[in-house]
Every structure is written in C-alpha cells, then in structure tokens.
Design a protein around this ligand. Sequence first.
Ligand SMILES: Cc1cc2nc3c(=O)[nH]c(=O)nc-3n(C[C@H](O)[C@H](O)[C@H](O)COP(=O)(O)OP(=O)(O)OC[C@H]3O[C@@H](n4cnc5c(N)ncnc54)[C@H](O)[C@@H]3O)c2cc1C
Length: 406
Amino acid sequence: MPPWPPCLQPTLSTARRATAFSFSRSRRSRLSSSSSIPASVCASPGDHTHQQQRDNEEQSLVVVGGGAAGVYASIRAKTLAPHLNVVVVEKGRFLSKVKVSGGGRCNVTNGHHLEPMGLSRNYPRGNKELRGSFFTAHGPQDTMRWFTDHGVELKTEDDGRVFPVTDNSASVVDCLLNEARRLGVSLQAGKAVPSVSVTQHGKFVLKVEKRTADLVDYLNANYVLVATGSSQQGYSIAAQLGHSIISPVPSLFTFKVADKRLADLAGVTFPVVKAKLKLDGVQKSAPELTQTGPMLVTHWGLSGPIVLRLSAWGARELHQCNYQGKLMVDFVPDIHIEDMRRILFHYKDQHAISLGTMESKKQPNLFFAGEVLNVDGVTGGFNFQNAWTGGYIAGTSIGTLALTSN
Ligand SMILES: Cc1cc2nc3c(=O)[nH]c(=O)nc-3n(C[C@H](O)[C@H](O)[C@H](O)COP(=O)(O)OP(=O)(O)OC[C@H]3O[C@@H](n4cnc5c(N)ncnc54)[C@H](O)[C@@H]3O)c2cc1C
C-alpha cells in the first residue's frame, strides 16, 4: 500500500467514509453504439439484370469490414460452404485494430470467464442479451482452440488475458489472413461500401468505392454481413436497410479530476478501492455504478481498471450529464460485502437481430457482427471475444443457408 497523504490518511473514524472527487471525462477511447430495429426497405438498384442472372448461378456473400468479426465470419462461412463466393471489402487495411490491439500483443480473449453467464457480466452494453446462447455457440475456449489448431500458440496471463506466446499481434493477423486466402476468400482492401440496397427479388446491391481512384463499382450478393465496427458508414448502411440507430457514446475513458489532494499522488496505484459514480439528475443508482478494484492516480486525475469500468457501465448516464459528476472513493472498502454483492442488470431489450443467427429480423439474409452492434465489454479480451463469437455465428448461419439453398 502506498503512503497516504495527510489529507487522505484514513483514521479509525474515517476509514469507511468515501472521499468525493469532482471529475470530467479526460479523453475518449471507444464508442458504444447500436443498430436496433423498425421499418423495412426495398430499393431498386436500376439495371443489374445481367448480374442477377449470375446470381442464379452462384451464391455470394459480401462482408463489409475486414476487422476481427468480418474476417472470422468469412473464414467460417467459406469453411462450411466452399462453393460460396465470399468477398470481404475493407476500406483501409485488413485487421488493423487487431494489429494495434493489446499494445501490439493482441489480447485475443479472456481465459478466466469461460462460462456464458460470468462472461456476459463483462459487457456493460449487451450483458443481458449475451447471457443466452451467444457464447455457448462459440466461447473463449472455442476461440483459443481455433487459434491453437491454426498454429497460434496462446498463453493466459495471471489476470486472465490471453495473448499469443509471441507477444506479437502479427501472429494473429497472419493466421487469419492466411487461412482466409487458403480457403479462397477474396480480400479487397482500400475499398469502401457507402451504401447497400435491396432488389425486388431480395438480393443485395452494394456500392463499392475505391479509395485511391475515382472508381465506383457495384457488387451483387445473396448475403451481406455488416461488420464495420464503430464506423459511421456501418450505421448508415444499417439505417438504409431498415434499422434504427442508437447514437454512439464514448466508453472506456479515464476521469479528469482537478483536486489538489491528488497533486502529490500522480503515479500511485491503490490496489483496492471502492468508487461510486454520483451524477446530477440521473435517477439510476445501478449497482454497476459502484466498482471495487485497483485505481491509479495520474497527473490529470484518475485511471485504472475501476475507472475504465465505471466509464463503460455509466457511458450513457455520463453522456447525459455532459461528463460532469462526483466520484465517491472509499479507500478502505469492505471487501467482504463487495464480494457478496449480487449484480443486477437493467437493460432494455432491443431485439433487432437474432443473436442465435446474427440475422436481421427486418431484412432476411442481412447479418451483423462485432462492434457495430450495441455490445461493448470492459478491457481484458472481451471485445474481441464478442467479435469472434458474432463472426462465427454469422458465418455458420450464412454457410448453412448457402448449403441448403443449393
Ligand atoms: C487501441 C485499441 C486496442 C484494443 N485492444 C483490444 C484488445 O487487446 N482486446 C480486445 O478484446 N479488444 C481490444 N480493442 C477493441 C477491439 O479492437 C474491437 O472490439 C474489435 O476490433 C471490434 O472488431 P470488429 O470487427 O467489430 O470491428 P473493427 O475491428 O473496427 O473492424 C471493422 C472494419 O470495418 C472497416 N469498415 C468500416 N466501414 C467500412 C465500409 N463502409 N466499407 C468497408 N470497410 C469498412 C474498418 O476499416 C475496419 O477495419 C482495442 C481497441 C483499440 C482502439
């Protein structure tokens, strides 16, 4: 335990009393978002008759977005249905987030939360929905097995985070891209899909723009998977195809605290504190807005696992309060009571997409996977696990449909 500064030193009478800090958001690191439902869309793309004739001959899947979810899904679909023509269109570089993730090491998944119920508790957005069959279909153990079977040896660190033994994300990136190429998936980088429409026959027409040249092309597809991460274009495609969007708000950020009492503590880590978010005008007093765990004092305020967790669980409420509020910090928490605490979830159901198949309930043969959905996890490999699981389920559904419709 670090030395206490005079003003924060606990005495017998103050040890259980929380210290209050006013804070604001220090920086944005992620967006949480959602594609929920209504309306249906049917747009005629114009003259694509010749392409429709080709559709009769071969089944095709176009994946929009070559991140973790999109590439994993393309591999799964092509493995199940080798005759399926699979194209992944990526506007930048394939798997660029995987490359930079985990400080360049790629925290692939989490090895301490293997059963679906416990695992789902690590998702501030999506925990209720993910409690069901989602992770049963493809959980962390399946992910680890998949990578190991494909030549990426993994290790689990003490805190549960799983990394390649090489400590280099390139092992994961190379494995996925080599497997996709080996199976015959067409990987098209440097091309963006700004819009998707649906023909009267229920086929998709995707507009594809090549970024470096003034070139527009159209792709026809029987199946479309939107795996665009937190990109605005992905939400716009979802909206074009009849889904309404919950505007994204930042998540996983640290707190800026201008409080003289913290001035001499920059760099000090408190291994276990209990911190509670108090936000003006927010009625909600959810148990998730109180967190226990390590906290780090930085030169601008507070950081560390509990602060990131609070920013994730309170993402919408913090946004409502313009990122101003109070943080009550108990530096000597009653750990026993905390351990006994049962977490209750209060999330509104938004069943726009069937999590059993990842298919839209509004538009047949349209699928979503990964961060484009209103799912985000705390740090520790949970976000990639959402991408692998969603990609796997979508790929399985599309591959199975392609097999049965032949
Ligand atoms: C710095 C950083 C480090 C991270 N580290 C970890 C970690 O170690 N472990 C973990 O679990 N999570 C980590 N995350 C979170 C994780 O990266 C994401 O949850 C995950 O990448 C989501 O995968 P995805 O496939 O849904 O989206 P993305 O990985 O964002 O992929 C979406 C892709 O779609 C492309 N795209 C978007 N719109 C279009 C369009 N219109 N046309 C064509 N292409 C399009 C984008 O260019 C992008 O490549 C990290 C995030 C960041 C920012």
